[in-house]
Write a protein that binds this ligand. Structure first.
Ligand code: ZN
Length: 1053
């Protein structure tokens, strides 16, 4: 699994960063197991209100590994670009070639002359389903072990160190049937990385000593998951499946399963049996042409032995009839209730996707719409949860309210009613055609994604798809196939159902059976039984649709994909322009016509800034409630828009809220979309008690808010709590999230109505229009929003004081000691913050960047490049402190810092801080040796320049970067380019000696400019140390106010 979320922690420097960090970690995690679920649900930022689930993409369908035996001779004929074999998006400018090496390894080469990064992914056709029954977790353990040295490059850090010094990173995950290894690196260093990477599969060292240590990393990985309900539920599915099926086994591994005699030999055997070239699929993306890429992979990857291994074959189904028609009652750790329906279908991802687009529909007449109307459920997701060659696990997961839990049987009946409707309409080809049309449009105008994610996903697809034509397309059902659909629907019966009802001991109501069993690996309590006959009968009696109906025509399908002519003025091409005041009476509008990505798409962002939301914890709780209500109002009318790739988000921030809209630039459809969203805001601003009741979303939303607070302590990873508290300390006005919970008693309908009015009337509005949109259109959209909100907005709203970042005094160190929020969580964590200084910003269109600021910015960037990997190698790989370890830089509200992050189930926070200090101080030697080498220093600079000047991948990424600059008020749109230029032209005037001075002064112990805050979070069973470390001022949470009172604030840009 997610090898190393941490090496990657590449955070955005926004207020959401802790969430981004988690999203990212989740993304990595979920590729392995409770797979794909939250991967597709991870849209909302602050708290887990999910929008829709769509479907899984790491999938294996019918796996016949292709056998084009193209040897040396054959390849000569084939050396022409075989892009024609690949079906690619209209907007894709890259060229592709499929090659099969002499050892039968199949590769897809992608040449992209514009890319700044190279990337590669290799999948091996083996996963956790092949674990031997007596060494559970072996496939996953083997994945970890490949990273720890090869014969040619024996150091444990040789591979990762090379990547990191060249601006790259790596990761891997083990899924049911596939293990995926991947990396990304600056394009010029790709060949060297391919050399190192290929050695994983040619001659891994697998030393006994690293095996002994690395099983601890696997164990901490399991330790991190053990109190996570998603992982617990995932294991429950396995537990209630047929024990003879390969899916049944516990797959992460822990000390008990891995620390067995002969483990080293077993590892070698496993590797020898499965890691054969004929079972591997490789994808390489680079800036070089196809000829060079082919030469490299031939040189490096042809050396992988081909033992003619056979693909693992499985035949025992996980849910045959003896294991279906079952109901499982499960205890959750978090409050709330879940109802999950599962069926095992024959493998076909396209069918899974198609079913999901109906069962997961949120529009009028959908299952969730009816359930929300009855106040029984808040959300529903539907899709393939597991997809293998043997079976596809199709899942509908519904989050219930208390009332919903009491009516669970009726809810299941609604699902079967809907399935019945679908069965009756299988022959309605128009529904199908519309889905195909939307799929087709989205494929034609697909944005580029990060090279690493791109190759990773294709390499998994290639294990399943024989015909290269399908490499980029899958999974998508392009042809109407009533028979397959009918067959899949025929499986969705009560007799084939495996039903989970899950709730915490705190929150469950009604009569529950005694939870008489305990799951072995996670300790989950449950009761397992056959579904009673009377229920089977009830669920088969579904002829009356009872308010349900299939979706109607989607009115958000765009038809105009015309690209506007290239922008004429140079200025318009460079950075967003601020429209003169008065053009849009209520708002400031930034606009940029995109000349870079040239897609018929656009983004329209709005920030509503108000002093209201950060007045006090009560108002911030109200702001969250407002967000819930708004989201609950938008789901239903806008679901069909999201199917057509129009997306929206509404997020509360510390100083108001943001609305981000994104979609095709077809003016008619985009205007409808904008109107549909903002009409709901206007309506909320005009509420009275009757209309609030008529909306029918208030009670539901208030329940969601209560649940959010109730689950906050268990849902937050300790290292993220430490991050939140570092902001509580360093922000002039900021309080812990849970302060809001204490004010819940003051929330009334009247107060909400007043708040919903005030939040608009006190707001000043800032917008960004970016993409295939000209100035007139941009003004048009903003005027449209203003006309909808004209009675709610004020033209001169109150001025919002900017957030103030506090400065830790020079040459001082503060330690905040706190207990973890969840008394049952054994993990401790630290976050060490070294404040460096203020970043550059822009005022009146000119960069404000003193030479000192510039110098510090550059030195910090170089330090990050140098230290990231040794930090991981020492604190995680060697010392095994815990699974989460990172050293990185951070920019937040114009203040730069260097941070060390560690989370551990094994050690307490005091120990973690001492190890972090020992590492940071010992790293002085490395910095000093760098200080003696002009050449090495200049190389490091070049690497920094390459990273800073890398192009953005997508319109979205560019819009988000502009937006960060706009909402922070820093407005330095070409920040990275400016810093790169200053290094290149020597404006910052730094040399090797400066980095030494910088590190000694700002980071190492005793530094005159060291401004340090450590948040130490102690897990369950850990006590604060009796003796305080010398030279530090120790605070507890009750001392924070005093510190904030006396600390000086940084100047706001
Ligand atoms: Zn792992």
């Amino acid at each position: 699994m997610a090898e190393d979320d941490q090496r990657l922690l590449k955070l955005q420097d926004t207020e959401e960063s802790s969430q981004d960090e988690e999203d990212y970690a989740q993304f990595k995690e979920n590729q392995s197991s409770p797979s794909c679920w939250s991967r597709t649900k991870r849209w909302t930022k602050k708290h887990p209100i999910a929008t829709k689930i769509s479907i899984v993409s790491f999938i294996i369908v019918a796996a016949v590994v292709i056998g084009i035996a193209v040897g040396e001779a054959a390849r000569k004929n084939e050396s022409k670009d075989s892009s024609d074999a690949i079906v690619k998006p209209e907007t894709d400018r890259r060229s592709y070639r499929v090659v099969t090496l002499s050892n039968e390894l199949r590769a897809l080469l992608i040449s992209d002359p514009e890319t700044d990064y190279g990337a590669a992914a290799l999948t091996v056709n083996v996963g956790t389903m092949s674990d031997p029954p007596d060494v559970l977790g072996l496939a996953h353990f083997c994945e970890h072990m490949l990273f720890l040295g090869t014969k040619k490059y024996p150091g444990e850090d040789d591979y990762a160190g090379y990547l990191s010094e060249n601006g790259g990173y790596d990761n891997a995950f083990t899924a049911q049937e596939v293990t995926n290894y991947h990396f990304k690196i600056e394009w010029g260093a790709l060949s060297g990385a391919l050399d190192r990477f290929s050695q994983f599969f040619i001659s891994p060292l697998f030393t006994a000593s690293s095996a002994g240590r690395e099983m601890n990393a696997v164990a901490s990985e399991h330790g991190k998951n053990i109190n996570n309900d998603q992982w617990r539920l995932w294991q429950m599915i396995k537990t209630v499946s047929n024990p003879k099926s390969p899916f049944h086994k516990f797959s992460t591994g822990n000390i008990e399963t891995l620390n067995v005699s002969g483990i080293h030999d077993r590892l070698l055997e496993f590797h020898a049996a499965h890691y054969s070239a004929n079972q591997m699929q490789l994808v390489v993306l680079g800036r070089h042409d196809l000829h060079d890429l082919e030469n490299w992979i031939t040189k490096y990857f042809s050396l992988i032995p081909n033992t003619n291994a056979e693909a693992p074959r499985f035949s025992v189904q996980p849910f045959p009839s003896d294991y279906a028609a079952k109901r499982v009652w499960i205890e959750l750790l978090s409050d709330g209730h879940l109802l999950q329906l599962r069926w095992s279908l024959s493998p076909s991802d396209a069918i899974g996707d198609y079913l999901g687009s109906f069962l997961g529909d949120e529009g009028p007449g959908s299952i969730i719409s009816v359930l929300r109307g009855r106040k029984w459920a808040t959300k529903l997701s539907a899709g393939s949860e597991v997809s293998t060659r043997l079976f596809l696990l199709y899942t509908i997961s519904i989050t219930l309210t208390d009332d919903g839990l009491a009516n669970a049987d009726e809810i299941v009946r609604y699902v079967f009613r809907y399935v019945n409707l679908m069965k009756a309409n299988v022959v309605d080809k128009s529904l199908w055609d519309e889905r195909i049309l939307v799929d087709d449009i989205n494929f034609r105008y697909k944005s580029y994604s990060d090279p690493d994610r791109y190759v990773t996903s294709i390499a998994s697809t290639m294990q399943a798809v024989v015909d290269p034509a399908g490499f980029l397309l899958a999974p998508s059902l392009r042809v109407y196939d009533a028979d397959r659909l009918r067959e899949a629907l025929s499986v969705l019966t009560p007799e084939n159902l495996v039903l989970f009802i899950a709730s915490s001991s705190n929150s469950r109501t009604g009569s529950w059976p005694d939870l008489d069993q305990t799951e072995k690996w996670y300790g989950t309590k449950y009761h397992y039984e056959s579904i009673p006959n009377n229920l089977l009968k009830l669920w088969n009696d579904v002829n009356d649709p009872n308010g349900l109906s299939l979706p109607t025509r989607n009115r958000f399908i765009p038809t105009n994909f015309t690209l506007l002519p290239e922008p004429s003025s140079q200025a318009a091409a460079e950075s967003p322009q601020l429209m003169p005041p008065g053009k849009t009476p209520f708002s400031s509008l930034w606009w940029k016509h995109d000349a870079e990505f040239r897609l018929p798409r656009m983004n329209l962002y709005f920030s509503f800034t108000t002093p209201l939301t950060y007045r006090d914890p009560f108002h911030s709780a109200m702001a969250y409630l407002y967000e819930y209500v708004m989201k609950n109002l938008l789901y239903e009318p806008l679901y069909s828009a999201t199917l057509a790739s129009f997306t929206y988000s509404v997020d509360m921030t510390y100083t108001g809220f943001t609305v981000k809209l994104s979609g095709y630039s077809d003016e008619v459809i985009m205007s409808n979309f904008v109107r549909d969203v903002f009409t709901r805001f206007a309506n909320l601003g005009r509420l009275n008690t009757t209309s609030l009741d008529n909306l029918g979303r208030y009670d539901l939303s208030l329940d969601q808010l209560k649940l959010y607070y109730a689950n906050y302590p268990t849902s937050q990873q300790p290292y993220l709590t430490a991050y939140d508290y570092s902001n509580v300390v360093l922000e002039k006005i900021r309080w812990p999230v849970l302060e809001g919970e204490k004010t819940l008693g003051n929330i009334t309908k009247e107060a909400f109505i007043a708040f919903a009015k005030d939040i608009l009337s006190t707001a000043s509005v800032t917008c960004l229009a970016h993409g295939n949109v000209n100035k007139v259109q941009a003004l048009g959209y903003v005027r449209l929003v203003e006309s909808i909100l004209k009675d709610e907005l004020r033209s001169s709203p109150p001025v919002v004081p900017p957030p103030q970042r506090l400065q830790i005094p020079a040459n001082s160190s503060y330690i905040l000691r706190m207990k973890g929020l969840d008394p049952a969580n054994v993990n401790s964590a630290i976050r060490v913050v070294y404040q460096i200084g203020q970043a550059c910003f822009s005022a009146k269109r000119q960069p404000v960047c003193s030479s000192e600021k510039l110098r510090l910015t550059v030195l910090l960037a170089l330090l990050e490049l140098k230290i990231k990997n040794p930090c991981f190698d020492q604190l995680r790989t060697k010392e095994q402190l815990g699974y989460i370890v990172a050293c990185r830089t951070h920019r937040f509200e114009n203040v730069l810092s260097f941070q060390v992050i560690i989370q551990s189930a094994t050690y307490d926070a005091d120990y973690l801080r001492r190890r972090s200090d020992a590492f940071v101080d010992s790293f002085m030697t490395t910095i000093e040796s760098l200080g003696r080498s002009e050449t090495e220093y200049r190389q490091l600079e070049q690497s920094a320049i390459d990273q800073l000047t890398a192009r953005r991948i997508s319109l979205q990424e560019a819009s988000d970067a502009y937006w960060d600059e706009i909402t922070s008020g820093e407005n330095l749109f070409n920040r990275s380019a400016q810093i790169a230029a200053s290094i290149r032209n020597g404006i910052d005037r730094t040399g090797p000696g400066d980095l030494v001075d910088f590190y000694r002064n700002y980071v190492a112990s005793g530094g005159q400019q060291r401004r340090r805050l450590v948040v130490e979070l102690y897990g369950a069973g850990r006590r604060f140390p009796v003796v305080d470390p010398p030279g530090s001022i120790v605070l507890t949470t009750s001392d924070v106010a005093e510190f904030k009172h006396t600390a000086k604030a940084y100047e706001h840009p």
